[in-house]
Design a protein around this ligand. Structure first.
Ligand SMILES: [Fe+2]
Length: 198
């Protein structure tokens, strides 16, 4: 495998961030790994040695930006920074069965979790099952099957930045299109990453 092709952006504190994730990922199972990563994420967000690359602070007009900062050849995980212009957000989606730890680096995000009530083929019935308004320095995790959620930057004037560590690169997922009442149609979706100059 040619590991030189894996995403690996240079930024202040990059080595510290990767070392912290590598340590957390060595925990025994995915519950322990995500708990350790949440702690590491909270510490990293507050650590002034770690400055995410400039591109992360550039929103993209017509969609929230996903920039992969690093992918581990050894452990397989992927670190993605997302940039949310005011009002940008996601539909209900899943994470393709991958655990993920997400931290708010800057700004504020609304995260709503959905409970799957029933399923009829590709039609899913969801109900909002709680949410949180997350500010800088907060981190949460998603562990399948509890993975249906939306993320929105509800601010009218402030950009939000979040950092996501996935068990493996998430290249597709399911998105859910509202139909009627609590019913949604599942759509297979390919996730793209935006250019992140090295
Ligand atoms: Fe998500």
């Amino acid at each position: 495998m040619n590991t030189s092709a894996l995403p690996d952006l240079a930024f202040p504190g990059r080595d510290k961030l990767i070392a912290a994730v590598d340590t957390a990922i060595a925990a025994s199972d995915h519950h322990a790994v995500t708990a350790a990563l949440r702690n590491s994420m909270c510490a990293l967000i507050r650590d002034r040695d770690v400055q995410l690359p400039d591109c992360v602070f550039d929103p993209i007009d017509d969609h929230y930006a996903r920039r992969e900062l690093y992918r581990s050849a050894e452990h397989g995980y992927s670190v993605v920074a997302m940039t949310w212009a005011p009002g940008q957000g996601t539909p209900i989606h899943d994470h393709c069965g991958l655990w993920c730890v997400e931290g708010v680096w800057d700004g504020e995000l609304e995260i709503t979790q959905y409970e799957l009530l029933e399923r009829d083929g590709e039609r899913f019935r969801f109900r909002a099952a709680g949410g949180m308004h997350a500010g800088p320095g907060s981190a949460g995790s998603l562990i399948p099957p509890h993975e249906y959620h939306t993320i929105t930057n509800a601010s009218g004037d402030t950009i939000a930045i979040s950092l996501h560590i996935y068990k493996a690169p998430m290249e597709n997922c399911s998105k859910f299109q509202p139909q009627s009442d609590e019913w949604f149609l599942r759509i297979d979706s390919t996730l793209k990453t935006d250019n992140a100059p090295a």
